[in-house]
Design a protein around this ligand. Structure first.
Ligand code: MTE
Ligand code: MO
Length: 371
């Protein structure tokens, strides 16, 4: 019997016991259960709830409940938007998503982590004017408008993006600080392979350079075979256009590769026959061309999001230990959880079908004895 079903069975047993006790406590046999008085409903459940003022803005776009406070933070643990150690940190670089509050597998767009390496700004790009140039080793160099991109067959896929900064160190107090530079979203766009075919990619092309619109261009060099495999020229996330911080109006999504290769505010793709050292590649000081681009595949990796650093459990009893697992190489097959410091391992339940190069939520029911 595996531990998963045994814990479920115990839960069910616990439930049955509670029901039995209630019946026995009441005076007579069969109908006792029906007569157990129901707890009184709080008054707002009978239509006296306080009301949220409805403004035209709320009607048009929607806001979350003011009781929900989950927010992004800076790398140093301070609220996002206060500059920290370096001028740009906290405004644009390493803004961390609140994983400790996360459920399911995608981050809300407003909570997706952000990493922009230079400049404490977010480009404000008019999508009507923005274009993407594809040139270099192609038979038909072309400039695509956003409207052009939308006329190609689209793909919609779940993928995580993870920054190289996503690693725990001794100063981190919680999972947001240790793992908050990783997020998973539903991306929609055109496959780069589709655009390369449209432009007549030449056989001698072995690499491509992707540049963003900002001054330092956020450029990276990636292998052509990655482009032809699964790179997305994405214009939407989680059902709406990209957010400015995520690269509006168009970015690369390079599934499973290190975050820095997911060029935001994408405006130029050039097919080349040599590796080219760019600002972003240089930043990571990997001058060897294969390790610079190919060595940055993530995972497999996992993190427990609840209960996690600095959270307190109110009392002993049943809790679902939950977290995320992902791999830059494929889909997660199995996750194991240990509650005794790694002496024994228990198979966790995977929530939903694990998707390739995407976050998978796992859960493991745990009866905490209070120790
Ligand atoms: N144009 C541009 N693209 C960029 C960057 C940048 O600074 N400029 N930062 C990269 C880095 S370091 C990471 S980790 C990812 C982060 O994507 P996000 O901000 O949408 O989370 O974008 C990448 N794309
Ligand atoms: Mo990054």
């Amino acid at each position: 019997m595996d531990s998963k079903s045994s814990s479920r069975r115990e839960l069910l047993k616990g439930g049955a016991l509670a029901v039995g006790a209630a019946a026995a406590g009441a005076s007579v046999g069969k109908t006792a259960l029906a007569q157990t008085p129901a707890p009184a409903l709080p008054s707002y459940a009978v239509n006296e709830a306080p009301e949220i003022p409805v403004s035209p803005d709320v009607v048009a776009y929607g806001v979350r409940s003011h009781y929900v406070k989950s927010v992004r933070i800076q790398e140093d643990g301070r609220p996002a938007g206060r500059t920290a150690r370096y001028t740009d940190f906290g405004l644009t670089l390493h803004i961390q998503t609140p994983l400790q509050d996360s459920v399911g597998t995608i981050q809300a767009s407003s909570l997706h982590y952000c990493a922009t390496t230079k400049g404490s700004f977010v480009p404000d790009i008019d999508p009507e004017k923005h274009t993407l140039l594809i040139d270099g080793l192609v038979d038909r160099p072309r400039i695509f408008t956003m409207a052009d991109l939308r006329r190609f067959p689209s793909v919609t896929r779940f993928h995580f993006i993870e920054c190289i900064a996503n690693n725990a160190d001794a100063t981190h107090k919680n999972v947001q600080q240790s793992h908050g530079t990783c997020s998973n979203a539903e991306w929609t766009g055109v496959l780069l392979s589709t655009l390369f075919k449209e432009c007549g990619l030449q056989d001698k092309a072995t690499w491509f350079v992707a540049e963003g619109a900002e001054e330092v261009k956020g450029a990276s060099t990636l292998p052509i075979n990655k482009a032809m495999a699964d790179v997305i020229v994405a214009y939407a996330m989680n059902g709406e256009p990209l957010r400015p911080q995520q690269g509006f109006p168009v970015r690369l999504v390079t599934p499973g590769f290190e975050g820095i290769f997911n060029t935001k505010w994408l405006r130029h793709i050039k097919a080349v026959d040599q590796y080219q050292l760019n600002m972003n590649d240089f930043g990571h000081l990997r001058r060897d061309e294969t390790s610079a681009a190919l060595g940055y595949t993530w995972g497999p990796k996992s993190v427990i999001t609840f209960p996690s650093g600095s959270q307190k459990l109110p009392e002993p009893g049943w809790y679902e230990i939950t977290g995320l697992a992902w791999s830059g190489n494929g889909a997660v097959r199995k996750v194991e959880v240990s509650t005794d410091g790694g002496q024994t391992w228990n198979e966790a339940e995977l929530k939903g079908t694990p998707l390739p190069k995407a976050h998978t939520r796992f859960g493991y029911m745990w009866n905490w004895d209070g120790d």
